[in-house]
Design a binder for this molecule. Structure first.
Ligand code: ZN
Length: 80
C-alpha cells in the first residue's frame, strides 16, 4: 500500500477546494500535481477527510493516481 497523499486546502495545484456546481450545489474538486482538475463526485469522503476509492486523473497522458486525504476537511452535508 502506498502512502496517502495529504492535500491542503486550495485552490491551487496539488490541493482541494469546494466549487459551485449546478443549481446552487457545490462539489469537491482537487488539482493533481500537474494542475488538472479532478472532481470527487464518485468518491466517499470520511469525517477525517480520507477519500475512497483512490483518485485517478482522467487527463490524457497524466498518470496521477493516489490515495488522498483532504486536510481541513469539513463535511457541510453533516449538521454541526
Ligand atoms: Zn493530471
Amino acid at each position: 500500500m502506498t502512502a496517502v497523499r495529504r492535500l491542503s486546502r486550495g485552490p491551487r495545484r496539488g490541493a482541494w477546494w469546494r466549487r459551485l456546481w449546478g443549481a446552487g450545489g457545490t462539489t469537491i474538486v482537487m488539482a493533481c500535481p500537474a494542475g488538472h482538475l479532478v472532481q470527487l463526485v464518485q468518491h466517499s469522503i470520511s469525517p477525517e477527510g480520507i477519500v475512497e476509492p483512490d483518485v485517478a486523473c482522467a487527463e490524457l497522458g497524466c498518470d496521477f493516481r493516489d490515495a488522498v486525504r483532504l486536510l481541513d476537511w469539513v463535511d457541510l452535508a453533516v449538521p454541526a
